[in-house]
Design a protein around this ligand. Structure first.
Ligand code: PEP
Ligand code: MG
Length: 916
């Protein structure tokens, strides 16, 4: 292993800030800030490689003499730089030990603060700072955190002693504690008001808790504490919530986390000390303004945990009386220093920064900075504005926005004209409108959502344990916490609507209700509404508003900065983006999103409507050609009308029409009523139809009588469809519409099949168009079976284009049923056997290899063969990157993903350019 221990401090950093893979995002950021000369407390970063080694061998870092010595040498440098020593009561040094992976995983792994505390050090700190309250508060926080993270003692076990002390203080102030619940008491007597004597007792009580739970004394030797903390932080890479988060964000397990040990500075040394978090631009809207929150006399965790609701940073952005509590007003010097640092950091990193700071007795320290997590809306706005400010190029702006994140922009918002009853307002933590039934815990959210019910998760505050419920819910509301609380940060990352710090709601988990004090126009409370589990509510995370019932929504608009970004994206994109659309309305929607053609019109979808499905069933159940033709004749006019509508919408753009590919089971009658009705229209006995349905039953319909196999046995089906296409094309071209039809054969496996299909079509062509029509069309096939990929060289002798049907190709290549794999695939992904769901993101190594082979073989036969993809993967950003690499001409995806695909295709083109 190469170097694993990296010191930073006093303007010098051993680690290379570019090596996030090694130092983690946090470690790299600290190295970089140190080198920039910013006020960063000294520290050490242990590499992700070391984490992986520790986890693989299940050992302790202290077992490796080399690492141990390197840590102790670097620790001596921290001690020298701070003029303090770990464990020295006269000059105590305390450190934080934090996790930090390559990608930000807020709150998912563990952190320990105030390490180095023991009885003697606490006493020394009390003397040195003149504040026993501060020293014992730090000590008791340390015991609780360390015990939870490194010793596996549950946090709740420490609550009792703390609450007992709080009750005592409350009673001494004449408060009748029986009249208030825990939350109300915490507001009346915050932690910061517990006196030193009580804290001392709490420390003793905490130590007793540890002894009882572990059978051992709490470790008093700071070096023992240090090794235990490092091991625990490394191991927190493997905890449940971190794993869930990695699955959701496609973070590989192999990355590991780095561990940073850093000299502590204190925001809770009294009223001249403070702590806060800030974003250099608004992470929710993207507006250019310093946006942040702070708390006087507090530690960093207080801001993030949402236990106290923090104040605004800048006076200009604090509402009403809040101005007075802004950092700008309370500590103008520190505020000014911070503004300068924030500007410097944003300019240096050329991106929006999320900065954690602490002010210790008036002096500002920067603890962390990283690229800020932001909503899709904010990502677009900041990228476009930074490009206009000249901070980044247009191309960089295009690369800055995660294509999946713009999904949020494409979602509906509340209909402004709809009547609605506003119940309460909280912080607009993550935009989007969501309606759902109230649930009060994460497990229930997951269960209800699993049953197909939309739910809104309502919590006093959320913690990383709630992540599965947040994922399942449509939206989240918390009663406590700020814009950087767990709920806010995680919801933004997930693109979920979220209201945080909605203090008008009073949640009772016990009664499963929330009581809401509703305020009138005059700002006075005028009623209390109590909602219970299962009641419907609507939230607007963009404004922080909570409404009664289900409020109607309106579709998203695509103009403004988003439009500008898409213009830049389209300018660099080399692949076209088409849509999968089966109706004129779909086609119009797709064009609205910028689709450059239809890549897949699934004609069987046109037959699901009530009247048509009857004719379709009639056709399928007919047992001779004349009856089949009779049923087909009924389908022809509606089929032609559909094509007319689609061709008109797509005037001037190509439309790939796939001929019928029905897995038959989707169309067979499934109850007696349907059979009776059919028996009347067809003039055939119900008994006979029942028998015919049985005969048609297939054990494996996906590998059965579908695709062009249907036309091999019943050519008249494709004849009818092709006639409908040509007649529609003729009709609209007479109106001046430019039609570019592409006829696509599904599920082919051989050249002979395609030759036969072409013969069927040529007969119809002659009949409809005559010998020398100007109306042109192209003839191609889907490549959606492994044999088709292997035989692509021969297929290309007949086909003018290939469209990869990666849904079937994945199913057939992996032997995974599209309909049934949902039952066991999650276990494959959770256990890491497969990195992702292969039906969502292309299995590039396996299925992708077949795509690549078909591309090469097809091109060898026909160098100009047109190549595209129309499986669901055509809308998946990672797969789009692959399709760019293999050189496809276009991707085709659902209309709502077209904008995402345009951006992803632009990014793929830019990455390809950078590599060449
Ligand atoms: C495919 O198989 O990828 C495809 C687009 O066809 P369908 O999903 O209709 O089978
Ligand atoms: Mg298919």
């Amino acid at each position: 292993m190469s170097k694993t221990v990296f010191y930073f401090g006093e303007g010098l950093a051993e680690g290379d800030p570019k090596r996030k893979d090694l130092l983690g995002g946090k470690g790299a950021g600290l190295a970089e800030m140190t080198s920039l000369g910013l006020p960063v407390p000294a520290g050490i970063t242990l590499s992700t490689e070391l984490c992986n080694a520790v986890l693989a061998e299940n050992k302790s870092v202290r077992d490796d003499a080399g690492v141990r010595d390197a840590v102790l040498t670097a620790l001596a440098r921290i001690e020298a730089s701070q003029g303090a020593k770990l464990g020295d009561p006269a000059k105590p040094l305390l450190v934080s030990v934090r996790s930090g992976a390559r990608a930000s995983m807020p709150g998912m792994m563990d952190t320990i603060l105030n390490l180095g505390m023991n009885d003697a050090v606490a006493e020394g700190m009390a003397k040195k700072t003149g504040s026993p309250r501060f020293a014992y508060d730090a000590y008791r926080r340390f015991i609780a955190m360390y015990s939870d993270v490194a010793l596996g003692v549950k946090r709740e076990l420490f609550e009792h002693a703390l609450e007992e002390a709080r009750h005592g203080v409350a009673r001494s102030r004449g408060i009748d504690t029986t009249r208030y619940n825990g939350e109300e008491l915490r507001r009346m007597v915050p932690d910061s008001e517990l006196p030193a004597e009580d804290l001392r007792k709490i420390v003793d009580a905490y130590k007793a808790v540890v002894k009882k739970a572990t059978g051992k004394d709490f470790p008093a030797e700071p070096r023992d504490q240090l090794w235990g903390a490092i091991d625990a932080v490394f191991h927190s890479w493997g905890n449940h919530r971190a794993i869930v988060y990695r699955r959701m964000h496609d973070i590989p397990d192999s990355w590991g986390t780095a561990c940073t040990i850093q000299s502590m500075v204190f925001g809770n040394l009294g009223d001249t000390s403070a702590t806060g978090v800030a974003f250099t631009r608004d992470p929710s809207t993207g507006e250019k303004r310093l946006y942040g929150e702070w708390l006087p006399n507090a530690q960093g965790e207080d801001v993030v945990a949402g236990i106290r609701t923090p104040h605004a940073l800048s006076a200009a952005h604090a509402g009403g009386s809040e101005k007075e509590t802004s950092l700008e007003v309370k500590m103008p010097e520190a505020y000014k220093a911070f503004v300068a640092v924030a500007e410097k950091l944003e300019k240096h990193f050329r991106d929006v920064q999320d900065i954690e700071f602490t002010i210790q007795e008036g002096k500002l320290y920067i603890l962390q900075c990283r690229s800020a997590k932001r909503t899709g809306r904010a990502a677009v706005r900041t990228a476009v504005e930074m490009a206009k400010e000249g901070l980044i190029t247009h191309e960089e702006a295009v690369l800055r926005v995660d294509p999946s994140a713009i999904d949020q922009l494409l979602h509906p918002t509340l209909d402004p004209a709809a009547p609605k009853k506003l119940l309460a307002r909280g912080l607009p933590a993550s935009p989007g409108a969501a309606q759902g039934y109230i649930v009060f815990n994460a497990d229930e959210a997951e269960r209800r959502a699993g049953q197909g019910k939309p739910v809104i998760l309502v919590r006093v505050e959320t913690s990383p344990e709630d992540i599965h419920g947040m994922k399942a819910a449509r939206g989240i509301i918390t009663a406590r916490g700020g814009m950087t609380s767990h709920a806010a940060v995680v919801a933004r990352g997930m693109g979920k609507a979220c209201i945080a710090g909605c203090s008008a709601i009073h949640v009772s988990y016990e009664k499963q209700t929330m009581a809401i004090t509703v305020y009138g126009e005059d700002g006075k409370p005028n009623e209390t509404v109590t909602l219970k589990k299962g009641d419907l509510i609507t939230i607007d995370g963009g404004t922080g508003s909570l409404y009664e019932g289900a409020v109607p929504t309106v579709p998203a608009g695509l103009g403004g900065e988003f439009g500008e970004l898409m213009v830049w994206a389209d300018a660099v994109r080399t692949m076209k983006v088409r849509a999968n659309a089966d109706t004129p309305l779909d086609a119009r929607t797709a064009r609205g999103f910028g689709a450059e053609g239809i890549g897949l019109c699934r004609t069987e979808h046109m037959f699901f409507e009530e009247e048509r499905i009857a004719a379709m069933r009639e056709m399928i159940l007919s047992d001779d050609e004349p009856s089949r033709r009779k049923a087909l004749a009924k389908l022809l006019p509606s089929q032609r009308e559909d094509f007319i509508g689609i061709f008109r919408e797509m005037n001037g753009l190509p439309v790939t029409v796939r001929l019928l590919d029905p897995p038959l089971h989707e169309f067979l009658p499934n109850d007696d009523k349907q059979i009776e009705a059919l028996s009347v229209t067809m003039g055939v006995s119900a008994e006979k139809l029942r028998q015919r349905t049985k005969d048609l039953h297939e054990f494996n319909p996906m590998l059965g009588h579908r695709g062009c196999r249907l036309a091999v046995t019943f050519p008249e089906i494709y004849e009818m469809q092709f006639r409908a296409i040509l007649e529609a094309a003729l009709a609209v071209s007479k109106e001046g519409v430019v039609v570019i039809p592409e006829i696509m054969i599904p599920l082919a496996i051989s050249k002979a099949e395609l030759v036969k299909m072409r013969e069927i079509l040529d007969v119809v062509k002659l009949e409809v168009l005559g010998a020398d029509s100007k109306l042109a069309f192209t003839f191609g096939t889907m490549v959606e079976l492994p044999r088709a990929a292997v035989m692509a060289g021969e297929l290309a002798e007949v086909a003018e284009f290939f469209s990869f049907g990666t849904n079937d190709l994945t199913q057939a290549t992996m032997g995974l049923s599209r309909d049934d794999a949902g039952k066991f695939l999650p276990a494959y992904i959770e256990s890491g056997i497969l990195p992702k769901d292969p039906f969502v993101s292309l299995d590039q190594e396996g299925v992708g290899a077949l795509v690549q082979m078909a591309v090469e073989r097809g091109r060898k036969t026909k160098p100009n063969i047109k190549l595209g993809v129309c499986g669901e993967h055509g809308g998946d950003p990672a797969s789009i990157g692959f399709f760019q690499k293999v050189g496809l001409a276009y991707v085709s995806c659902s209309p709502f993903r077209v904008a995402i695909a345009r951006l992803a295709a632009a990014q793929a083109a830019l990455r390809a350019k950078a590599q060449s």
